[in-house]
Design a protein around this ligand. Structure first.
Ligand SMILES: Cc1ncc(COP(=O)(O)O)c(C=O)c1O
Length: 355
């Protein structure tokens, strides 16, 4: 572990995982009925998994400690050694899970290049291997809704349906990383069920925009969930009185979904404010949900210097590379915070602008 910066942060745009449980959520957690979840006896966990399965149009669901574990367990259930997974090259399973699919699913990922993390049915058909016996077996198509590193981009339902159709024709398994699926739902008004029900596995993260401290919920068929449960135990992810965490999830589904629209409005506002600054270029002028990626090369400054200057004012924006940054809006940053962060960024980048 690296030494952490312990300076107090007032406006934290580093990720939507920065949220702290609200007083209402903490009350719900404190009052949660609990039992032994490893024995399926925790009423709050059972209520949460039933609710998420229904929401996503799936038979059953399982409560897991993290989104990464949702992805890794799903891939481990779907794949056999030597299989191949098709995914966008910027997907979390490609960039940020320690090559877990190689370790747990004994499978490789065949990445598709895509700026916004969205690919077509035609690309799936082109990337799926044929029947050549010496090729890996193409097994899974994994999509990320919304796509994080694509700038919180929303998979249009038609594109998703086209991918589903092609994958089904080719007898491929469909997995959805729905870490921010509910952001897509709120941005478009299309239901979670419409996006998720054609998928063989799909999950929601509780600890991002929904504001919970811990957890993801993975859904699929009853047979899939039975196998996922074995992997959960194998990973040491089976818990005991986990209802205290599941209660936060239930509270969030009741209280924190519609308000994601505020995060989207704040992201658009931040984009509009900083997109107008000299030397700053937004990855995309269209900010669909709660993630804003931008490049500062034209300011003549490097990101560590900018980030350090902001941190001294208690403001944190993510560093993605020498000139690229990411700001993520969430329920712990309000409009005033967004305006202050944008003004601080303007000051931090103002002194010298390259031609
Ligand atoms: C798209 C996506 N998938 C998966 C994850 C992993 O979730 P967790 O941090 O809960 O393991 C993240 C986290 O940032 C993510 O953005």
């Amino acid at each position: 572990m690296t030494m952490q910066d312990t300076r107090p942060i007032r406006i934290d745009l580093v990720s939507d995982t920065a949220t702290r449980p609200t007083p209402g959520m903490r009350r719900a957690m404190a009052e949660a009925p609990v039992g032994d979840e490893q024995r399926d006896e925790d009423p709050s966990v059972n209520a949460l998994t039933a609710r998420v399965a229904e929401l996503l149009g799936q038979e059953e669901a399982i409560f897991l400690p993290s989104g990464t574990m949702c992805n890794q367990i799903a891939l481990a259930v779907h794949c056999r050694p030597g299989d191949e997974i098709i995914a966008a090259e910027n997907a979390h399973i490609v960039t940020s899970e320690g090559a877990g699919s190689a370790v747990f699913a004994s499978s490789v990922i065949r990445p598709i290049h895509s700026e916004r993390g969205i690919f077509s049915g035609r690309e799936v058909a082109a990337f799926a291997r044929g029947a050549y016996a010496k090729a890996p077996r193409t097994r899974v198509v994994a999509v990320e809704q919304t796509n994080n590193r694509g700038g919180g981009s929303v998979w249009p339902l038609e594109t998703l349906s086209e991918v589903v159709t092609v994958a089904s024709e080719l007898k491929l398994v469909l997995h959805m990383d729905g870490a921010r699926l509910l952001n897509a739902v709120v941005a478009t008004g299309i239901s979670a069920r419409q996006y998720a029900s054609p998928f063989d596995s799909v999950w929601l993260d509780l600890s991002k925009g929904l504001g919970c401290p811990v957890g993801g919920v993975l859904a699929g068929s009853a047979a899939f969930i039975r196998e996922a449960d074995v992997w959960k135990h194998r990973f040491g992810g089976a818990m005991r009185q986990a209802g205290i965490l599941a209660a936060a999830g239930l509270y969030a589904l009741d209280n924190h979904v519609d308000r994601l629209a505020e995060d989207h409005a704040n992201a658009r506002l931040f984009g509009a404010l900083i997109g107008a600054l000299p030397g700053i270029k937004l990855d995309s002028p269209e900010i669909e949900t709660n993630l804003v990626f931008f490049d500062v090369e034209g300011t003549g400054k490097r990101t560590p210097e900018i980030a350090e200057r902001l941190l001294r004012q208690g403001i944190r924006i993510g560093v993605e590379g020498p000139t690229r940054m990411r700001a993520v809006t969430h329920l712990d940053v309000d409009e005033a915070g967004i305006r202050e962060a944008a003004a601080a960024l303007a000051a931090a980048t103002a002194e010298r602008v390259s031609a």
